[in-house]
Design a protein around this ligand. Structure first.
Ligand SMILES: Nc1ncnc2c1ncn2[C@@H]1O[C@H](COP(=O)(O)OP(=O)(O)OP(=O)(O)O)[C@@H](O)[C@H]1O
Ligand SMILES: [Mg+2]
Length: 391
């Protein structure tokens, strides 16, 4: 057994201390009181482990680990769906104890609304108060899968240390969609005021450069953290960003110049992007590349277990980098992260999480997967939408 028993609020990392679910997925009612230690959830397939960590992921920015809509999480029973669902939590954050509530919007059940201490919460506030890093079985295919998934993963890592990243990404996407709507109209032969396009491209340039700069900054910290870590259960990765704006900033171009350059390149690509139906270059197309250092191989060429260990190592390193820069580690959600790890790696994972003093939420089918945490974690047996504390 490793790790000291008992809560460890010393690091001041955010932690959920109470979690109440009502009519959420397969939980009709659940009420857990927790401390700051990691939470290990074990139980059979279909018990509700992922549902529970999904509820936790709803406390941070974004759409949660399954990117589910508000209607999907509403409990469905033989008598039909429950009319309302809610996730209520109390959490320790950098601003002290807060309450977070998220649930179906009474005026529109397809929407979810989130309140922080009773007032409407923005994505940026959630990102600042409850930074999160999560891994799900989906990330097992991160290196071999589509580029867009890697970029999303990267942006989530960045967001854990830079809450403003959410607003920049939203603003960039909005300007990009509006520009595309205008370009589509031009394709259809409708006359569009070029000043309108200029304004949208200036927006894209401003927010796109902010996105790229935040990614570069986060990547540099992440790489430094990886390099500084002792060689443990997780292989070291060499990371690189391949993006048009990132490349210019990396070469030393000033932010203002990069904005001008990107706005001009968007302007000259209007016809091309109109014909393609989307913007073909920009920070929304950036690629995150990783190499397995000791094997000197691209991550995508590594064995399945090695690829998984690389992603896990990245998530842990990012948690370490955030803790180093902000003094608090993000909440970690590792759904089925132990599934393919051998005993030594499981021990390495427990050791790394306990050293971070982060509240990590882990799931797995067997209690034994979390034995290495000992009293350093809170263990719960999940069964048919219920949770029972296990010793
Ligand atoms: N909206 C919903 N209403 C009721 N039940 C739901 C809803 N959505 C999902 N479920 C059910 O919740 C159950 C538990 O799902 P969950 O994915 O949390 O299981 P799990 O414990 O993570 O299992 P595994 O070990 O297979 O990953 C499933 O049987 C699923 O059908
Ligand atoms: Mg699951």
């Amino acid at each position: 057994m490793i790790g000291a028993p008992g809560p460890h609020p010393a690091a001041g990392s955010p932690a959920v201390t109470r979690l109440k679910l009502t009519g959420f997925r397969n939980y009709s009612a659940l009420d857990l009181t927790l401390d700051a230690r990691p939470v290990a959830l074990f139980g059979p397939n279909g018990a509700g482990k992922t549902n529970l960590v999904e509820a936790v992921s709803f406390l941070g920015p974004g759409r949660g680990v399954r990117a589910a809509g508000a209607d999907a999480v509403r409990m469905k029973t033989a008598d039909g769906p429950t009319p309302v669902w809610a996730v209520y939590a109390e959490a320790m954050t950098r601003d002290g104890a807060v309450s977070l509530a998220t649930g179906s919007d009474p005026s529109d059940p397809a929407r979810r609304r989130t309140r922080l201490d009773g007032a409407a919460a923005t994505q940026g506030e959630l990102a600042r108060l409850v930074p999160m890093v999560w891994l799900t079985p989906r990330e097992d295919r991160l290196w071999a899968g589509p580029r867009a998934d890697r970029l999303k993963f990267l942006d989530r890592l960045v967001l854990a240390g830079a809450p403003d990243h959410a607003a920049a990404a939203t603003a960039y996407d909005k300007a990009q969609r509006e520009r595309q709507r205008l370009l589509d109209r031009m394709e259809d032969g409708v006359r569009v005021d070029p000043a309108w396009l200029d304004a949208l491209e200036a927006e894209m340039a401003q927010h796109g450069v902010a996105l790229a700069a935040a990614r570069l900054d986060a990547l540099a910290r992440l790489q430094a953290e990886i390099d500084a870590r002792p060689d443990n259960a997780f292989p070291k990765a060499d990371l690189a960003l391949d993006g048009v704006v990132e490349a210019r900033l990396a070469q030393g171009m000033k932010a203002g110049e990069a904005e001008d350059w990107f706005a001009a390149s968007l302007q000259s690509a209007r016809r091309r992007d109109g014909a393609a139906g989307r913007a073909l270059t920009g920070p929304h197309r950036t690629e995150l590349a990783a190499r397995h250092r000791s094997k000197d191989q691209p991550a995508a060429d590594c064995a399945t277990g090695e690829q998984k260990a690389l992603v896990l190592g990245l998530a842990l390193a990012q948690a370490g980098a955030v803790r180093r820069s902000l003094g608090a580690a993000p909440v970690l959600i590792f759904d089925e992260a132990c599934a393919h790890l051998d005993a030594a790696r499981r021990e390495g994972l427990a050791e790394a999480i306990l050293a971070l003093e982060a509240q990590a939420w882990l799931t797995g089918v067997e209690a034994s997967l979390f034995a290495a945490f000992g009293a350093g974690a809170q263990h719960y047996r999940i069964e048919a939408g219920t949770a029972r504390e296990a010793g």
